[in-house]
Design a protein around this ligand. Structure first.
Ligand SMILES: Cc1cc2nc3c(=O)[nH]c(=O)nc-3n(C[C@H](O)[C@H](O)[C@H](O)COP(=O)(O)O)c2cc1C
Length: 262
């Protein structure tokens, strides 16, 4: 499947087959994809703790919590706890040196000297600030997005789950204090149809993207939209006529509690 089709068909899958375990190799593929993602300064602070429902201790499973549609955590065969290790930033100078040695960064004879005398001292002066939320979350998002697409390619479904209890989860899982829990991601084989009710709405293109000046909408070419439509990037918009019936069926089959919102 071409990238455009993958991007069009991928969606959050909240209903997973609880009876079908996920092969660790497929999770490894996701982790390999996350590791290959671009990281600012090549620091590589994104880490993951993969929890397999079949083999994890009960207290590990009990530690995981998300407030919105959190039942998913209690059903999914695999939950990936994505976190960022801020200690990686302490070694950023070495990562920059490696980038230079690899030939990715810098040109000409003075590059080594400039790195040592200008760039690294600049980063040293703002190092603690660099550990806060912001660019590190963007960094992690790159990796998680790549892992998500790799999961899709393996026929897996995933859903990202935000949690306000990151510190509590971190402590219970024994993840060091210097780390920030960012996201829980459920992974498994989809129990719902691939369309999962249809493509989900997005904010209008013109409202999101600007050209040359804020408020000046980036022109959206109809030809490009047509090309993407032909390539399968746009799929049927939800809700599909039978979605409510599918949801009822899923609720019964998977024993989803209440409205499934909590
Ligand atoms: C960072 C992040 C956090 C999310 N948190 C939740 C969540 O807590 N619960 C949930 O059901 N979905 C969560 N989602 C999924 C979004 O709601 C999803 O993007 C939205 O339903 C759009 O649909 P799509 O991914 O199917 O295209 C999250 C997605 C992201 C990227």
């Amino acid at each position: 499947m071409e990238l455009r089709e993958v991007l069009g068909r991928r969606r959050s899958i909240r209903f997973l087959r609880p009876y079908q375990p996920v092969e660790p190799e497929k999770i490894q593929l996701m982790l390999e994809a996350a590791r290959r993602a671009s990281h600012w300064g090549n620091v590589g602070g994104l880490q993951a703790l993969v929890v397999f429902r079949d083999s994890a201790p009960q207290e590990t499973l009990d530690a995981l919590f998300a407030p919105i549609a959190g039942y998913q955590i209690r059903k999914a065969p695999v939950i990936i706890v994505w976190f960022f290790d801020t200690r990686a930033i302490d070694n950023q100078s070495d990562r920059l040196r490696e980038l230079l040695e690899t030939g990715a960064l810098g040109v000409g004879e003075t590059k080594k000297q400039d790195l040592e005398e200008k760039i690294i001292p600049f980063f040293d002066s703002i190092r603690e600030g660099l550990k806060g939320p912001g660019i590190n979350e963007v960094d992690a998002g790159q990796g998680i997005a790549q892992a998500t697409l790799m999961a899709y390619e393996q026929g897996l479904g995933t859903c990202c789950l935000g949690t306000p209890n990151g510190d509590e989860i971190r402590e219970k899982l024994g993840i060091p204090d210097e780390c920030r829990v960012l996201l829980l991601q459920t992974v498994g084989y989809p129990a719902e149809s691939w369309e999962a009710g249809g493509q989900r709405p997005r904010q209008p293109f013109e409202d999101l993207f600007h050209m040359n000046a804020y408020g000046s909408a980036f022109p959206r070419s109809e030809e490009v939209v047509e090309e993407l439509t032909e390539d399968g990037f746009f799929t049927r918009q939800g809700p599909l006529p039978w979605r409510e019936a599918e949801l009822e069926w899923l609720k019964k089959a998977l024993d989803v509690p209440g409205s499934g919102l909590i």
